[in-house]
Design a protein around this ligand. Sequence first.
Ligand SMILES: NC(=O)c1ccc[n+]([C@@H]2O[C@H](COP(=O)([O-])OP(=O)(O)OC[C@H]3O[C@@H](n4cnc5c(N)ncnc54)[C@H](OP(=O)(O)O)[C@@H]3O)[C@@H](O)[C@H]2O)c1
Length: 112
Amino acid sequence: MSSSKVVFVTGVSSGIGRATAVQFAKRGCQVFGSVRDARRAEAIPGVEFVEMDVRDADSVKRAVALIIGKAGRIDVLVNSAGGTLLGAVEETSVAEAQALFDTNEFGILLTS
Ligand SMILES: NC(=O)c1ccc[n+]([C@@H]2O[C@H](COP(=O)([O-])OP(=O)(O)OC[C@H]3O[C@@H](n4cnc5c(N)ncnc54)[C@H](OP(=O)(O)O)[C@@H]3O)[C@@H](O)[C@H]2O)c1
């Protein structure tokens, strides 16, 4: 088991999650990063990809179990996976809003 911090960053295929994972890896942490499709994600040195969709409880359980199995623990969780919905309320469907909440709000609850 590694003595360095074990960090799990969600949504490392792009954006804030990717930048965060890069910085943790540079600081010597053992970093796991979630992606929804590992075949499409560009590798990050020092970051091990774990496939996970934050809207899917079973997928989250599998990803966490995989990390615990490999590293023994998770010291730091960074919830970066998320989407954005821009537009007037009148132009937003309930389905679009629910999909955003499933990712940005309930996704955090599932991983915590
Ligand atoms: N960038 C900013 O300045 C800023 C400021 C304030 C708030 N935010 C919020 O922070 C969040 C991330 O922003 P960002 O700029 O980093 O966005 P981004 O570049 O679009 O990255 C989003 C990440 O979340 C992942 N993701 C999306 N839905 C997912 C799901 N259901 N399960 C697992 N992973 C999922 C994406 O993975 P895939 O490749 O699988 O799609 C991607 O890795 C967003 O909610 C955004 O609104 C951003």
